[in-house]
Design a protein around this ligand. Structure first.
Ligand code: ADP
Ligand code: MG
Length: 277
């Protein structure tokens, strides 16, 4: 146990990064080889059952990647590995060139710039939209705890910008509890964005949304691509078709197919195990 703790505190911190060719600023992730995430041969077993089975996957910096696949394919487990919630039995997981995710705690991983949105929105219902973003900003571990401090001009500007991105500027003064389901989801995405994540993980972001809300979410994610790297797990194939660049199909814990939407939709194996005929 103490050995484990020891190991984790030694590896993965940005303090180590100065030794890698170029000196990185605190919080910077080394994407000099083009990729922001590397998963290689990741296996996760639960009582002998392999939820992930030698899964390998690379995500480029600025990429918007869709991950699809039948229930039980291992999509959520993959996100659990990336965020440090689940430790793989074997395989490697790197954030940029040098941050070994398998040696970092969940807090360290969040701090390094990986933000995750779960399915159920968890906004503070009694606080206004603006206050929710303010709280998210002040809970950012990279800045000193300043919950009681007044916002400075740069912070106000950052909140205004996120409100524009999530199109909730006109709702800023409303209690979050009064928002629609879709608006709450966007607010929660905004609460991640305000912490400027480098990689954003979204698990089924349009579940339960109306068609109009789903359209709006597609626009939002397309806007984020390039500025952030985004991994979206989603079942709604119309939605995936709207935002897809590269799509990865997971099946039984490993990659079944990868390619653009047309290639995926015409892939015999994918049709067989997921899309149906
Ligand atoms: P998906 O998100 O693609 O539907 P999951 O990653 O949630 O798939 O699950 C993959 C498989 O691993 C499923 O068969 C699931 O029952 C199993 N599984 C996931 N988490 C656990 C756990 N904590 N304990 C036991 N089995 C689990
Ligand atoms: Mg899942």
């Amino acid at each position: 146990m103490s050995e484990l703790v020891e190991e984790r505190t030694q590896g993965g911190g940005w303090e180590d990064l100065a030794s890698y060719g170029r000196v990185l600023a605190p919080g910077e992730v080394d994407v000099s080889h083009g990729a922001i995430l590397y998963l290689e041969d990741i296996t996760v077993s639960f009582d002998g059952f392999k939820a992930l089975n030698r899964l390998s996957l690379d995500i480029s910096a600025g990429e918007l990647r869709c991950i699809i696949g039948p229930n039980g394919a291992g999509k959520t487990t993959m996100m659990d590995v990336i965020t440090g919630k689940t430790r793989p039995d074997s395989g490697s997981a790197f954030f940029g060139q040098s941050l070994d995710l398998t040696r970092m705690t969940e807090a360290e991983i969040a701090h390094a710039g990986i933000g995750r949105k779960f399915q159920k929105p968890t906004v503070f219902e009694n606080h206004t939209v603006f206050e929710n973003l303010e709280l998210a900003l002040k809970c950012d571990k990279r800045v000193r705890p300043t919950l009681l401090a007044r916002l400075n001009a740069a912070q106000r500007e950052a909140i205004a910008e996120v409100l524009e991105t999530i199109q909730l500027t006109d709702q800023a003064g409303r209690p979050a509890g009064l928002l629609s389901h879709g608006q709450k989801q966007w607010l929660e995405i905004g609460m991640l964005l305000i912490q400027e994540p480098k990689l954003l993980l979204l698990d089924e972001p349009v579940a339960g949304m109306t068609d109009a809300e789903t359209d709006h979410t597609a626009e939002l994610l397309l806007q984020l691509a390039g500025r952030h790297s985004v991994i979206v797990v989603e079942h709604d194939m119309d939605f995936v078709a709207r935002i897809a660049r590269k799509v990865t199909v997971l099946h039984e814990g490993s990659v079944l197919a990868e390619g653009d939407m047309a290639a995926i939709q015409n892939n015999e194996r994918v049709i067989e195990v997921y899309l149906g005929r």
